[in-house]
Design a binder for this molecule. Structure first.
Ligand code: COA
Length: 257
């Protein structure tokens, strides 16, 4: 697939995806969603990567929502299909085997906030703003915002933010656990790279298994505790674990890759 709405750059084993619709504040239209789908189901899967960073182009927005101009043509069936497709694509991001970090500057609203929440971590600049303003349009969040916001900030705050449609700033988002770190403007990508660099020194299978097992806690179809017991046992038999434990005992750095 030829990318036209997302810029992909790979530097030092880190993929940086830039949503490139600055004039529409990087609104997630059908094209952006299809490209995210392609990137996380095909293009990035077999790359030798340590992590993925998602950002928005320009100075104003990470992404200011789904593209509202596409809404008038929707009916009950196509609206539900759009939402289901959004769930599927964002679930792929959440399940990706290496860390995916949202680097948020400016607005992360509606589907933009939902995309950031589907990532494993969120770094915000002090000019980031988050919100689920869909009720202003007579809608509800449709790309799993009701679910992931509740998961990340708890029911009480998820209710307040969604029902009032109020935006919150980066410090409030940090206080309630929506973002991992708040940094000075311009430092969000370097902070995300720093976290990925730290993770890249650890056992890659242990990293992907940790992502899978933490996700299982929030998945109604999985038994996360059972998965942890099983994967812990399996890990002990892996060459990666043998290297990690030997390195510790031999007082040297492990060589996982
Ligand atoms: N979908 C489509 N276009 C959008 C958009 C969206 N979600 N968000 C912003 N845009 C467009 C605007 O229509 C405008 O286009 P124009 O220049 O052709 O008129 C352009 O992006 C710039 O936005 P503008 O509203 O002029 O910027 P602002 O600084 O005054 O306000 C926001 C910024 C984010 C507060 C405002 O754009 C907004 O409320 N956007 C919609 C947010 C939303 O409801 N998201 C959930 C969608 S389900």
């Amino acid at each position: 697939m030829e990318l036209s709405a997302i810029i992909l750059e790979i530097q030092d084993h880190i993929a940086i995806l830039t949503i490139n619709r600055e004039k529409s504040l990087n609104a997630l239209n059908k094209q952006v969603m299809s490209e995210l789908d392609f990137l996380f189901s095909e293009r990035l899967v077999n790359e030798n990567l340590f992590g993925v960073i998602i950002q928005g182009a320009g100075e104003k927005a990470f992404a200011a929502g789904a593209d509202i101009t596409e809404f008038m043509a929707l009916d009950v069936k196509s609206g539900s299909e759009l939402s289901a497709k959004g769930h599927r694509i964002f679930n792929q991001i959440e399940a990706f085997h290496i860390p995916v970090i949202a680097a948020v500057h400016g607005y992360a609203l509606g589907a933009g906030c939902e995309l950031a929440m589907a990532c494993h971590m969120r770094i915000a600049t002090n000019e980031a703003m988050f919100g689920q303003p869909e009720v202003k349009l007579g809608l509800i969040p449709g790309y799993a915002g009701t679910q992931r916001l509740s998961m990340l900030v708890g029911k009480s705050k998820a209710m307040e933010y969604t029902l009032t449609a109020d935006m919150i700033d980066a410090n409030e988002a940090h206080r309630v656990g929506l973002v991992n770190h708040v940094v000075e403007t311009g430092m969000h990508i370097s902070k995300a790279k720093e976290i990925i660099a730290k993770i890249s020194k650890k056992g890659p299978k242990a990293i992907s298994n940790s992502i899978k097992t933490i996700n299982a806690y929030f998945d109604k179809n999985e038994d996360g505790a059972e998965m942890e017991v099983r994967i812990f046992g399996e890990s002990l038999n892996s060459s990666e674990c043998k290297e990690g434990v030997s390195a510790f005992l031999e007082k040297r750095k492990p060589n996982f890759r």
